[in-house]
Design a protein around this ligand. Structure first.
Ligand SMILES: [Zn+2]
Length: 255
């Protein structure tokens, strides 16, 4: 069976994209844009984790219940896509942790730097997908934004991966228009749906200026992670007893 080998660490069989294995080897075509590579790149940057000089991101999100937005994805997931653009590069995936007692505290796994508070705590790694989209029907006019979602069974990000691996969809996500919608009335039953409208958008995805995604993966330097995840003030030490865990249903979105 043909496998897409993710640059760096991850291997995905296109017919069973739910199966993601960490290999820690190989350097072939990138279904995932090098998780190890991302962390190495972040480590090289002098302001790692801060990026004070970066352009503020615009994040694609739906605040209102029942609302929908139209998107054109500006980056493919794999270099093997017939519509892969060298100029735009690939979507990327990042391994992240969140504090199970405080799900709002999440950041990139830094185990590739040799030290990671989340790994040391035994917190599982989540895979988070980042891609530049053109929000076509933004009231301000078509706007480039970063669309970021957790990757899991039944997630909207997973459906994109499935499409990128499917010859029936021409192994492409940039040649279609999508409708991203939010349904549900309470936090607990909110779900997101991504529908392929299949419209010929007639746009050239290379006409837009994209965000450099690697700069927007939230990363905290290893020596500051404990304070970050536990929300400690400077100089404070970790409480002897951890806070009461929040319920699983309070975990947002599709993580
Ligand atoms: Zn980690």
């Amino acid at each position: 069976m043909h496998h897409y080998n993710i640059r760096g660490t991850i291997d995905i069989a296109p017919v069973r994209l739910g199966t993601i294995k960490l290999l820690g080897e190989t350097n072939k075509m990138g279904f995932i844009k090098g998780l190890a590579g991302i962390n190495q790149e972040l480590a090289k940057r002098p302001s790692s984790g801060d990026f004070a000089d970066r352009e503020p991101a615009k994040w694609a999100s739906i605040a209102a219940k029942g609302a929908a937005q139209k998107y054109v994805f500006l980056q493919e997931i794999d270099e093997g896509s017939p519509n892969f653009s060298e100029k735009n590069g690939l979507a990327l995936f990042s391994l992240q942790h969140s504090n199970p007692d405080n799900w709002k505290k999440n950041a990139a796994c830094t185990i590739d730097l040799g030290e990671c508070y989340g790994c040391a705590q035994g917190w599982r790694q989540k895979i988070v997908f980042y891609v530049n989209v053109l929000h076509v029907d933004d009231p301000e006019g078509p706007t480039v934004k970063i669309w970021s979602r957790g990757l899991g069974k039944g997630s909207v990000a997973q459906s994109l991966l499935d499409m990128a691996a499917d010859p029936d969809y021409k192994n492409s996500i940039t040649d279609k228009t999508f409708k991203f919608s939010r349904t549900g009335t309470t936090k607990d039953d909110t779900t997101y749906t991504l529908s392929n409208l299949g419209l010929d958008h007639g746009l050239n995805v290379e006409d837009y200026e994209l965000f450099d995604l690697e700069q927007y993966v939230f990363t905290v330097a290893p020596e500051r992670q404990e304070a970050y995840y536990l929300d400690l003030a400077q100089g404070e030490s970790a409480p002897a007893k951890p806070a009461k865990p929040v319920s699983a249903s309070s975990v947002d979105a599709d993580w």
